[in-house]
Design a protein around this ligand. Structure first.
Ligand SMILES: [Zn+2]
Length: 199
């Protein structure tokens, strides 16, 4: 479900990585709007854990609707704004480094620990058009060094992304917290979407 150019670039990226003993594996690639919507709604209604900045589960009943929305946005994209919907963005691990019986969780600790060598290699610019998006110091999404975006294709989608389209899609969806989302649309776009676009 990735875009052909992105897939092609990823294959080249893998070939190069193999020379260094890495085995890049896509943990999460394409994710549909409906899948993202399901995750969102499950978090809002308490069927799925909501994590705070530190990655600890919050007691959602202690939060106002607005606080709940902002907390969910730390780790989950608002449906219609997930870069995984584009087919250009992937979450990648180094399968060669996974110990037997271990299941990758995509946590910050892993990028220093078990996948540390792979991330150091990525730091060196061995990216074949893939760039890290969710970096510390930008926006409000927690840093995700494993999330890579194929810049040549993603840029095109970024250029065509509009707030109006997004609002239209959300109004047509069965999404929880819709009033809070619409009231804060500019804030969401500024802090969770546009700031990650390539300058
Ligand atoms: Zn991701």
């Amino acid at each position: 479900m990735l875009k052909p150019q992105t897939l092609n670039a990823f294959e080249n990226f893998c070939k190069e990585a193999k020379k260094y003993g890495f085995e890049p594996k896509i943990e999460s690639g394409y994710r549909s709007f409906d899948r993202q919507l399901l995750i969102w709604n499950e978090k809002v209604c308490g069927e799925r854990k909501v994590l705070d900045k530190e990655g600890c589960a919050v007691n959602r009943t202690e939060l106002s609707d607005l606080e709940l929305m902002k907390t969910i946005l730390l780790w989950s994209a608002l449906p219609g704004t997930s870069r995984h919907e584009w087919g250009t963005d992937i979450d990648v691990i180094d399968a060669a480094a996974v110990p037997e019986g271990y299941e990758a969780e995509l946590t910050p600790e892993e990028s220093f620990g078990v996948f540390g060598k792979f991330h150091k290699w990525l730091d060196g610019g061995n990216s074949f058009g893939f760039r890290r998006v969710f970096l510390p110091g930008i926006g409000r999404v927690q840093p995700e060094p494993w999330h890579l975006s194929y810049a040549p294709e993603a840029k095109e989608i970024e250029q065509n992304f509009t707030a109006e389209n997004l609002a239209e899609r959300l109004r047509a969806a069965d999404i929880l917290l819709l009033p809070q989302i619409l009231d804060n649309m500019d804030w969401i776009l500024e802090n969770h979407v546009f700031c990650y676009f390539e300058k």
